[in-house]
Design a protein around this ligand. Structure first.
Ligand code: COA
Length: 416
């Protein structure tokens, strides 16, 4: 079952193969269904926001027989909710040459391969062709050439304007929402990602949570990010604080692998995960989702930022696939972008630990000489599965994470 949540066509419309028909959302992912045929939409089987059943007709398409590719049926069926299968469907019968990674990139950016000019051998479409196409559409700045050409820094006036000082503590003002008072109770079904939240959080309730909180002085990191942010911007990537938090967590997990583990259902075995797939809680219009950045242990801070940008773009478009949403091994939740100091984060089983970050605020603190200075302070709240993680381990990990972030230069010693 999946919820039809966005539609691109109406009855009577003409569609071509690979044109988007609608978006459907299950509790795992959100997927765009494309047309398999050229033809005219004759019947829509569901209204918007109705539950569509896998295997049942979604839409009737009248085929133009003169096109010579008359299929045996004139019905597009709802495919299983898998990003990969969707990719496959879109590729089927397509003569364009491109690797699966390039096809995926095109699909994630809603680009039809037939509209892109391939510059590779036999007109193969390369990643750069997609990026160039995208850049032309959006006017975006491209990342540096993979051939190693160095893009000289732009003169100050052409770069992004320097961020004002103390920007980090500026939490957006609460968005005023329309006041709705209907006077009547309203009952609606729990669907999509909310359904997944019911399942996950009910399972999480079985875990005995151990909580640990601390205060982190990010004064140096705030300054460092101010310096690095324009450089990342030139390379087409927005650099927030999260990539540093994520990388520091991964460096800490190398020393405390029990926090990047999972416990089997009968609590007999612990599996230490080789990959640091760090989940990031995201607040989206569809609700809370937690995509993860894969293999952070081998990623640079820039690579993490770039991946986070991709996940955020897909997340806000409601287009994250199953691969991005599964396989997480440890989670960070930056609720501080909205507000708050301490929280009580809930572990996402089968993971065993999670950290939540409060808002960064300028507060008076003492330096080593006993003088008061303006410090950039953030609180962190950890939760760990107390069946296999003791308080001392959580505290030692937190101290290590804190030391990397309070002295960001120290991360260099351990970066590979
Ligand atoms: N305190 C103050 N400012 C912060 C901050 C914090 N803890 N974390 C980030 N910021 C700043 C960023 O630096 C950025 O400022 P900039 O424009 O000067 O660069 C701004 O806030 C917006 O950051 P954002 O674009 O949201 O990126 P991010 O990488 O910091 O955060 C997400 C990405 C996905 C984590 C965030 O958007 C989000 O969804 N947070 C909510 C998570 C949530 O709902 N958790 C609860 C789960 S139950």
């Amino acid at each position: 079952m999946c919820l039809e949540c966005k539609r691109y066509i109406k009855e009577g419309d003409s569609v071509s193969q690979f044109d988007s028909i609608c978006e459907v959302q299950s509790d795992k992912a959100s997927v765009t269904i494309t047309s398999r045929y050229d033809g005219i939409i004759r019947k829509l089987h569901y209204n918007l926001d109705e539950i569509a059943y896998v295997g049942k007709p979604l839409v009737d398409i009248e085929i133009d027989a003169s096109k010579g590719v008359a299929p045996e049926e004139d019905v597009v069926e709802t495919p299983p909710m898998s990003h990969e299968e969707h990719t496959h469907q879109e590729i089927k019968g397509h003569k364009t040459l491109a690797t699966p990674a390039v096809r995926r990139l095109a699909m994630e950016n809603n680009i039809k391969l037939s509209e892109v000019v391939g510059t590779g051998k036999d007109n193969r479409i390369l990643k750069e062709d997609i990026l160039n196409y995208l850049a032309k559409q959006t006017g975006a700045i491209l990342p540096p050439s993979p051939k190693g050409e160095i893009i000289p820094p732009l003169p100050k006036s052409e770069t992004m304007p320097a961020a004002p000082k103390d920007k980090a503590r500026k939490i957006p003002l609460p968005v005023s929402r329309p006041l709705v008072f209907s006077g009547k109770d309203k009952t609606e079904p729990i669907t999509g990602f909310h359904k997944a939240m019911v399942k996950t959080m009910s399972a999480a309730l079985k875990i005995p949570h151990f909580g640990y909180c601390d205060e982190i002085d990010l004064t140096q990191l705030v300054q460092l990010r101010e310096e690095l942010k324009p450089l990342a911007q030139i390379r087409g990537v927005k650099l927030s604080f999260m990539p540093f938090f994520i990388k520091a967590a991964s460096l800490g997990l190398l020393q405390y692998p029990i926090l990047n583990a999972s416990l089997d259902e009968s609590c007999q075995n612990v599996t230490y995960k080789a990959s640091h797939n760090i989940g990031v809680a995201m607040d989206t219009e569809q609700g809370l989702i937690v995509p993860n950045v894969k293999n952070v242990q081998v990623c640079s801070v820039f690579e993490i930022a770039s991946e986070l940008n991709r996940l955020q773009a897909l997340g806000s478009a409601g287009q994250l696939g199953t691969n991005d949403l599964t396989g997480g091994t440890f989670t960070l939740s930056n609720i501080g972008t909205i507000g708050g100091t301490y929280t009580k984060p809930v572990i996402l089983p089968p993971e065993v630990a999670i950290g939540a970050l409060g808002k960064i605020q300028v507060l008076p603190r003492f330096n080593g000489k006993g003088e008061v200075f303006k410090a950039q302070i953030m609180n962190v709240s950890w939760s760990a599965d107390h069946r296999i993680i003791d308080g001392a381990t959580m505290a030692r990990f937190s101290n290590l994470w804190k030391s990397y972030l309070e002295n960001p230069a120290s991360m260099l010693l351990d970066l590979k």
